[in-house]
Design a protein around this ligand. Structure first.
Ligand code: AP5
Length: 215
């Protein structure tokens, strides 16, 4: 499915970032992760990064105005003909509506929304054992021998760290926020016949096979 516009939706820890990196390589599409963009602003100590930090560390959503502006600027930088993979946006119905408008203005449309479905106990296990690269932001799980076996990033060799929002209290809040604010977008896209559910239990490669099959 080259040159497609794909949205990845799912609870925290479902494997959206992991699958997005693999999909980007397969499709040669632009990859936009709003979480990665915020973390990049944070490490560059920009004003936006400072504004986002408190929300992120507490597991809350960053306010829509900041998030939609950031996404809009990022979309402007990309060549629309190449296709894109959006990870972590939209995260509520207001963001989904804003995205439709932004794409309409660029004469683009969403081709498919992949919903990564994982039970809560597995999400908590994945998030509590996740490490993230300080340089390229790729996720790794040091307990997952398929994913990684040393303490440096499998993608770029950068230093791995644990995200502050992977602390137990923040994980709990992120899961609640997903239930309350993000889940309604599943119905929003299902009504538009764009939603495809991926049962995301199984190894990373097994899940990727399901993703490739769905596309
Ligand atoms: P963001 O960075 O988007 O976090 P998230 O959605 O909570 O998702 P995660 O990155 O935690 O999980 P993932 O699904 O990508 O899983 P991963 O592949 O890493 O957002 C962070 C914060 O930024 C938000 O809380 C909010 O504050 C803010 N923000 C971002 N976007 C926003 C927006 N649109 N609006 C407002 N605020 C926004 O995998 C997890 C672990 O599992 C890894 O260790 C991985 O190796 C492992 N794993 C993956 N797949 C498998 C598998 N099949 N089997 C076993 N292990 C696996």
């Amino acid at each position: 499915m080259p040159n497609s516009n794909i949205i990845l939706v799912g609870p925290p820890g479902a494997g959206k970032g992991t699958q997005a990196i693999m999909l980007r390589e397969k499709l040669d599409a632009h990859y936009i992760s709003t979480g990665d963009l915020f973390r990049s602003h944070l490490s560059n100590e920009t004003e936006l990064g400072k504004q986002a930090q408190t929300y992120m560390n507490a597991g809350e959503l960053v306010p829509d105005t900041l998030t939609i502006n950031m996404l809009s600027e990022e979309l402007e930088k990309k060549d629309g003909s190449q296709g894109f993979i959006l990870d972590g946006f939209p995260r509520n119905v207001a963001q989904a509506e804003a995205l439709s408008k932004l794409l309409e203005d660029k004469q683009l449309k969403i081709d498919v929304v992949l919903f990564f479905n994982v039970p809560t106990d597995e999400l908590v296990r994945r998030l509590s054992t996740r490490f993230t690269c300080r340089i390229c932001q790729a996720p790794a799980n040091l307990n997952d021998t398929e994913s990684h076996s040393s303490s440096s990033c499998p993608q770029c060799g950068g230093e791995l760290y644990q995200r502050p929002d992977d602390a137990p209290e923040a994980i709990k809040r992120r899961l609640d926020v997903y239930e309350e604010e993000t889940k309604p977008i599943l119905d929003y896209y299902d009504t538009q016949r764009l939603l495809t559910e991926i049962d995301s239990i199984g190894s990373i490669n097994e899940v990727f096979e399901k993703v490739a099959g769905a596309l």
